[in-house]
Write a protein that binds this ligand. Structure first.
Ligand code: HPA
Length: 273
């Protein structure tokens, strides 16, 4: 990934959208794509048309960039994200975040489906991410020559998720009478789910939920000084003692059930910004 490739993708999108300059980027996770239906769409660009953009392979990801307004704010929304387990490099996974930054966003919203390990959680609960642990190690999107014009070689990670936004989101959930927790997200490469011993390990090191995305995008976003807000939908429970066989259809159904609540939080939050 070179600066020139990022610039070429950005310039193509600027041409296609007549320089539509979004303020907010949104990345929608598995089973969570329908927030895009609430966007007042100005332009839609399929991933395969964008120079150097990876093309999404997972069937239930639609693979397009949507430009428009949500809660009156100018957004660019990725409907469908790139997962490391699909075989993309970390640079490919995070390429769209680089492009969204050059398009002008200052804040990134990220959603995902995750397994809950905090015993207080239940399937279809929402967890606002307040910190993360990367188990993608040693794979990292910042490995290699640094693109100095985009960000620091050694970016700080003391507050990857904006804690004011976390508080605001929890307030919104409370006002709306919705259940939402704040917690720590652990990212793993996947695509297999965790063993009982792995869920136990992740819980013991302080993670409340586990999933296969988000952290690469947030690392790159923070390197470029974007404000980040992350939200997990708990789609299954990873409690070693009561673990059941994973059912991907059930996971997607749980995500879809929680989706209206997630959409409400993101829209309400956007309207305050
Ligand atoms: N583990 C990892 N990724 C996930 C899970 C899980 O239990 N649920 C949804 N994505």
């Amino acid at each position: 990934m070179t600066l020139q490739q990022i610039q070429e993708a950005t310039e193509y999108l600027q041409q296609q959208t007549h320089n539509y300059a979004p303020d907010f980027g949104i990345i929608l996770g598995t089973g969570l794509g329908s927030l895009a239906n609430d966007i007042e769409v100005a332009y839609t660009v399929p991933y395969e048309a964008i120079p150097h953009f990876p093309v999404s392979t997972v069937e239930f990801h639609k693979g397009k960039l949507i430009f428009g307004t949500l809660s009156g704010k100018r957004v660019v929304c990725m409907q469908g994200r790139f997962h490391y387990y699909e075989g993309y490099t970390m640079q490919q996974v995070t390429f769209p975040v680089r492009v969204m930054k050059l398009l002008g966003i200052h804040t990134l919203f990220v959603s995902n489906a995750a397994g809950g390990m905090n015993p207080a959680y239940e399937v279809s609960d929402l967890m606002i991410i307040n910190d993360h642990i990367s188990f993608f190690l040693p794979h990292n999107p910042l490995t290699g020559p640094n693109l100095d014009t985009l960000g620091d070689r050694f970016p700080d990670m003391c507050d990857p998720y904006d804690l004011k936004l976390v508080e605001k989101a929890l307030d919104i959930a409370q006002q709306r009478g919705m259940k939402a927790y704040a917690g720590v997200y652990a990212s793993v490469p996947g695509p297999q789910l965790e063993t009982r011993a792995e869920y136990r390990l992740l819980r013991q090191v302080g993670a409340d939920a586990v999933g296969m995305s988000t952290v690469p995008e947030v690392i790159v976003a923070r390197q470029m000084n974007l404000t980040c807000f992350g939200l997990s939908v708990i789609t299954d429970m990873g409690i070693p003692e009561t673990l059941e066989k994973a059912d991907i259809q059930k996971i997607i159904a749980a995500a879809m059930k929680a989706e209206p609540g997630m959409t409400t939080i993101i829209k309400d939050l956007l309207s305050t910004l």
